[in-house]
Design a protein around this ligand. Structure first.
Ligand code: UD1
Length: 420
């Protein structure tokens, strides 16, 4: 298994261009299942999760190919096999977003239940309840969700999500696009990735309004046309690079990131003493001296993203004082803490809260990545620590970041991947 080896303490300076958003690309690729034809999705990051989605679409009988490193072509024919097997869904929960499109276009679907994952239970009850509200009949058997639309077509309905769910909103919105009549979805996720998917669906001929607010209205249409969509920049990759810039002594400009997607993070970086300013086409983060402590809590967009919690915590490990980090979106999303402690951080966790007492410096050590964002945090910690840090289980990092080490190295980081 590959590992990333970092010699900490080298100042980072320069510019980096952000990739396309993984969490917008995956539902856009699933949206291709809504229409027969030749679909094109652009600005797709070259990541393990995208390859998994490609295998899943191929398993269903779709043609999936990259025409260049960041452009994907998907051929969807009439004979799509509406099944997502456990072997693929277990490695990537987001695969569950194929359920809505399949049952909407083909009238039936069989999708494996994702099972538990490292950052908590992550049920899909809201996806299923939303689809049931649209008339789907759902049974659970042998670890699979089996969904069918009586008469072959879903019907528009009003549905309120019990809690805010990003992929749940996406799944039900996609299903509603082909349902008969009007659907009103309340308590929807407002994340930029939901807006990007709605934009993609409108490009296919869907009639959707209200995305980006908590109420989405969909007038179902009988048929959609093929997709040609450009995915938005990845706000989590951009945010991770902004935190890198905010570490003491660094100065990083992230080109291509959308400032409106970064407001909650930028506010907290500034509270921690970093300077973050808009520059043409991006944001520049400069870290000057030891950070100040900053409390923050994660929340659905436009709140502070749970996917940035671990990375922001790294900055606070060397702050002059104590910060309280509260995780409200996922239980058990503090697995990076025990690894940060191995690097000399002083962090204690109690339930949803982590108390981060700033220390003057971290010291390098071998650490183990436990999930996607935790692994990015460990890379940042390695940049900050004195001496050598080895981040093991890099496959977690590769699920969501396109060669992160190749983005950081030109900025001056002493970082390399060691092939196993
Ligand atoms: C998406 C993102 C992920 C991010 C998360 C929260 C993708 C592919 N992934 O994941 O990177 O961390 O949003 O911003 O876009 N829940 C239920 N029932 C459901 C669905 C969710 O109880 O049916 C709960 C979850 O357990 C969690 C919370 O709702 O506690 C939010 O989860 P959700 O927004 O659904 O996360 P994902 O869409 O899986």
């Amino acid at each position: 298994m590959d590992k990333i080896v970092i010699e900490g303490g080298a100042p980072l300076r320069g510019e980096v261009v952000v990739s396309g958003a993984k969490n917008a690309a995956l539902p856009a690729l699933a949206a291709a299942l809504l229409a027969e034809g030749e679909h094109v999705v652009r600005n797709v990051p070259d990541l393990a999760d995208v390859r998994t989605m490609g295998r899943l679409l191929a398993h269903m009988g779709c043609a999936f190919e990259r025409t260049d490193r960041h452009t994907v072509r998907i051929g969807v024919a009439a004979g799509t096999r509406p099944e997502a097997p456990y072997e693929l869904v277990k490695t990537m929960r987001a695969a569950v977003v194929v359920l809505g499109p399949l049952v909407a276009r083909l009238g039936r679907a069989r999708v494996s239940l994702p099972g538990g994952c490292a950052i908590g239970a992550r049920p899909i009850d809201q996806h299923l309840k939303g689809l049931e509200a649209l008339g789907a009949q759902i049974t659970l058997a042998h670890g699979y969700v089996e969904a069918s639309a009586p008469g072959g077509r879903l019907r528009g309905a009003t549905f309120t999500f019990d809690g805010v769910t990003v992929t749940g909103t996406e799944n039900v919105m996609m299903a509603a696009a082909l349902a008969e009549g009007t659907t009103v979805l309340r308590n929807c996720a407002r994340e930029p990735e939901v807006v990007d998917l709605a934009t993609a669906l409108r490009g296919m001929g869907a009639r959707i309004q209200g995305d980006g607010t908590d109420e989405i209205r969909v007038e179902g249409v009988e048929r959609l046309r093929a997709l040609d969509h450009m995915v938005i920049p990845d706000r989590i990759e951009a945010g991770t690079l902004l935190v890198a810039g905010a570490l003491p002594g660094n100065d990083v400009t992230v080109r291509g990131c959308v400032a409106a997607h970064q407001e909650a993070l930028v506010e907290k970086l500034r509270l921690a003493g970093a300077s973050v300013e808009p520059v043409p086409g991006g944001l520049r983060a400069v870290g000057d001296g030891r950070p100040r402590p900053a409390d923050f809590r994660t929340a659905p967009f436009p709140g502070f993203p749970t996917d940035m919690q671990a990375q922001m915590m790294v900055l606070l490990t060397v702050a002059e004082g104590s910060s309280v980090v509260t995780e409200t979106v996922f239980e058990n999303r503090f697995m990076h803490v025990q690894e940060l402690v191995r690097l000399g951080a002083d962090v204690t966790v109690e339930g949803k809260h982590a108390v981060v007492k700033g220390v003057p410096a971290l010291s390098g050590a071998p650490v183990m990545a436990s999930d996607l964002r935790a692994s990015a945090a460990l890379v940042l910690a390695g940049l900050l620590a004195r001496g050598t840090t080895e981040v093991l289980r890099v496959y977690h990092l590769d699920r969501g970041y396109e060669r992160l080490e190749e983005r950081l190295e030109p900025l001056g980081a002493r970082i390399r991947r060691v092939k196993a």
